[in-house]
Design a protein around this ligand. Structure first.
Ligand SMILES: Nc1nc(=O)c2c([nH]1)NC[C@@H]1CN(c3ccc(C(=O)N[C@@H](CCC(=O)O)C(=O)O)cc3)C=[N+]21
Length: 285
């Protein structure tokens, strides 16, 4: 069997067209969604992401602020900037690019972001609301995975989903959201002893382990849907997923490529969250 592609770029573009319409409606009410992105230091990969977020804002008609701070920025100074952005009425979403330099405590920064502007969905209150099932801003990559599955008409309810990875950014929240969609979810991680036994039972396999080409066909049940959340920069400069694409695409039914799979959805869900935050801050929901 040769898998069909789940094309994240196409889904992202469709969602962006839908969002443009909503932006126009908001404009008529005198509101422009605004996103502030803060980046500390010079990490080239992070710079690429930040530029791409800025570009997407302009494409959708959002107000965009990018704050580029030097590597030696103090935690105190960063907290001060977050406080300003919390109070700024033209900003509805705040994203502090991670990872931060070692001398800054990430938790202190995330905790300082106003919950209603937490478009990353990383604040403990956002996470708590997500777990309970209350309305909240959902973390972008996990929400993008759900959106991708839905737009390709993949049934989630009743299916066995196996997630590899248990990070706070992807593994844990995507497991929660899939369970919310009525899947039976098994979580695997670096200390799982019988990983292949488990992954071979998966109707849907979500891989977020951060190791290039880790999953080959020996992990996959024929006909499974495989979602690759990995973004690994290889020594040759190319981007590789956690899934060995050529091998796995011969046994799976649907598969996401890297690049062009989950990545474009991550930025699109960020835009979606910013729009949602703008509406919610202006009591339009
Ligand atoms: N506070 C915070 N929030 C984040 O959401 C966040 C972060 N920090 N730090 C870094 C990671 C990584 N991340 C990606 C976003 C888009 C692509 C993406 O669009 N990838 C394209 C290709 C990009 C390329 O070619 O380099 C694709 O997969 O097709 C990838 C990765 C967001 N992150």
């Amino acid at each position: 069997m040769t898998a069909s592609l789940m094309n994240g770029k196409v889904v992202a573009q469709a969602m962006r067209e839908e969002m443009k319409q909503e932006v126009q409606k908001l404009q008529a009410a005198g509101i422009q969604p605004g996103l502030a992105v803060v980046i500390v230091g010079e990490d080239p990969a992070s710079q690429v992401y930040v530029n791409s977020k800025h570009k997407t804002c302009l494409e959708l008609g959002y107000y965009s602020e990018v704050h580029r701070l030097p590597e030696d920025t103090t935690q105190e100074h960063l907290l001060e900037l977050v406080g300003k952005l919390n109070a700024q009425s033209n900003i509805h979403g705040i994203l502090v690019q991670l990872p931060l330099p070692k001398h800054i405590e990430e938790k202190a920064i995330i905790d300082a972001i106003a919950v209603e502007k937490d478009v990353d969905g990383f604040h403990p209150i956002s996470v708590g609301n997500m777990i309970i099932g209350d309305d909240s801003l959902l973390p972008c990559t996990p929400a993008g995975v759900i959106e991708l599955l839905k737009r390709y008409d993949v049934e989630i309810a009743g299916k066995h989903v196996v997630v590899i990875g248990r990070s706070n950014i992807v593994g844990k929240p995507v497991s929660l959201l899939l369970q919310r969609e009525h899947a039976t979810v098994t979580m695997c991680h670096s200390r799982t002893t019988n990983m292949k036994e488990l992954t071979k039972q998966a109707d849907i396999l979500v891989v977020a382990i951060g190791k290039a080409n880790f999953v080959d066909r020996s992990f996959v049940k024929p006909g499974a849907v495989v979602i690759d959340v990995g973004v690994n920069r290889l020594d040759n400069g190319k981007l590789a997923g956690d899934v060995h694409f050529d091998d796995v695409s011969e046994v799976s039914s649907l598969i996401t490529p890297v690049p062009g799979g989950v990545g474009p959805l991550t930025i699109t869900m960020l835009m979606h969250n910013t729009l949602k935050a703008a509406k919610s801050i202006h009591n339009l929901e």
